[in-house]
Design a protein around this ligand. Structure first.
Ligand code: F0G
Length: 459
């Protein structure tokens, strides 16, 4: 059998991408205040900013979109959506939302109050912000290996179960309204959580009667990693869907951004088994998102998600997905580029502190690297580090997120070439200073300037 893992699809519709010159990119970067979020997307050649909402939909999804029932209440599309979600996730109440953070806001508004503590393996930025917005404290309890980029632990997204126990003992059970597990652990390198760890966390939660919720964005990728890597070999013969069903059976609910493993361009949902919470959540949904059978989405979006969550679990797709991300990670790391090992499911994370040891964290090494990849090759990536999380950031990572079913192997070969060129001339890269920041989630709108410019302007 041939060993090359090919894209398990053919391309029916294409979207041109646009070249720019280096001089143009220098001007564009200056105009964007050295923050790639502020660039017009048309001026990006290969966009690896995020895997969120940027995937290509299948013919089945587009066909389902035509079946969209746009009725305000009781839409047939909602029934399709709920049945498909329940088939995989198994929770009693399925509440549609316009994206993941809306599900987070509703969940934390209903379950948390000021002074509460929410443990997670690692909160993603919006999750942390939504916990903090209701006055609660977001605590990250990933295992120590999860904070060491070069460690090759197979499940670096696991929660430190001992640390969870100690935290509950320290703050008291009544201050911990829920525990969350993010699968896969996005802020920690797209690393999976093992089934063994899910069970161990559930056991602690059950003992203290604390509900366990999943941040399920990349549940399909996490399920496939369990199939490949779980120490218990019985998972090798299970389908990703069976694994996902088992994993969710250990929880009490979830938040989900369907823009990731929902294979859709927009959408999300909140699930729970708790009737009284569901009632409060639905009331809040009606107030701010929309009626309970659409939650801010069009009927056609619900149809696309209903098909998408199932497609994300197809084994040929997942094999290609995980292999193509590893292809990028392995090709750059073989040449010495320091990455979070092993490569994650949806993204490769470059360790920018190791790539640019001459740039201190307060000068944002991962932002400097992102800007250089744009200048050199028109590639857009994103910082997950000091700009995103402030001085508390444990690592400065540059994430190259791969949109689902969008780029081919030759696009990725090009990305590898550009990264290796930048690696060769890394000593020349300079850090940045912040000139504007918003009160929260500052990385989206921050303005920066090259560090030397700041220094010479002061002279
Ligand atoms: N949780 C995780 C783990 C995420 O990665 C994201 C989004 C969210 C929640 C929020 O979902 O965007 O639909 O509101 N992550 C995107 C990213 C934005 O680029 O990683 P959302």
């Amino acid at each position: 059998m041939a060993r090359t893992i090919i894209e398990p699809f053919r391309i029916k519709s294409v979207e041109p991408i646009r070249w720019t010159t280096r001089t143009q990119r220098e001007q564009l970067l200056r105009a964007a205040h050295y923050n790639l979020f502020l660039l017009p997307a048309d001026d990006v050649l290969i966009d690896l900013l995020t895997d969120s909402g940027t995937g290509a939909m299948s013919t089945h999804q587009w066909a389902a979109i035509m079946e969209g029932d746009e009725s305000y209440a009781g839409s047939r599309s909602f029934d399709q959506f709920r049945e498909s979600v329940q088939d995989i996730f198994g929770y009693q109440h399925v509440i549609p939302t316009h994206q993941g953070r809306a599900a987070e806001r509703i969940l934390f508004s209903v379950m948390c109050k000021k002074g509460d503590v929410v443990p997670n393996n690692t909160h993603f930025d919006t999750t942390r912000a939504n916990v903090e917005f209701v006055g609660a404290e977001a605590v990250d309890l990933v295992i120590p290996e999860g904070r060491q980029p070069s460690s090759r632990h197979p499940f670096k997204g696991n929660m430190d179960v001992g640390a969870l126990e100690s935290l509950i003992d320290k703050v008291g059970r009544e201050r911990v309204p829920l525990v969350m597990l993010t699968v896969t652990n996005n802020s920690g390198g797209g690393q999976p959580v093992s089934m063994e760890n899910v069970k161990a966390v559930t056991a602690v939660c059950r003992r203290h009667s604390i509900p366990l919720y999943f941040d399920a964005c990349r549940f399909a990728e996490n399920s496939y990693f369990i199939k490949l890597r779980e120490p218990n070999e019985s998972y090798r013969s299970k389908s990703p869907k069976q694994i996902a069903q088992e994993m969710f059976s250990y929880g009490d609910g979830c938040t989900m951004s369907a823009k990731k493993d929902g294979m859709a361009n927009i959408g999300g949902f909140l699930c729970t088994n708790n009737d009284s919470l569901a009632e409060q959540e639905k009331n809040l949904l009606i107030l701010t998102e929309g009626y309970t059978t659409y939650g801010g989405l069009a009927g056609r979006d619900l149809e696309a998600i209903a098909v998408g969550v199932q497609e994300a679990l197809h084994e040929d797709y997942l094999q290609y997905r995980i292999a193509s991300t590893a292809y990028l990670g392995n090709h750059i790391s073989e040449q010495g580029v320091p990455i979070v090992q092993p490569p994650g499911g949806h993204a490769v994370y470059i360790d920018a502190r190791a790539f640019l040891p001459h740039i201190r964290a307060e000068h944002f090494p991962a932002v400097a690297l992102a800007n250089e990849l744009y200048l050199q090759g028109g590639i857009r990536s994103v910082e997950i580090g000091t700009l995103m999380f402030g001085a508390s950031a444990k690592m400065d990572l540059l994430r190259l997120a791969i949109p689902r079913r969008v780029y081919t192997q030759s696009h990725i070969d090009y990305v590898v070439e550009i990264i290796l060129e930048v690696w060769q001339s890394r000593e020349k890269i300079r850090g940045l200073n912040l000139t504007y920041e918003a009160p929260f989630l500052r990385h989206f709108t921050a303005r920066l300037e090259p560090a030397e410019v700041a220094a010479s302007a002061r002279r």
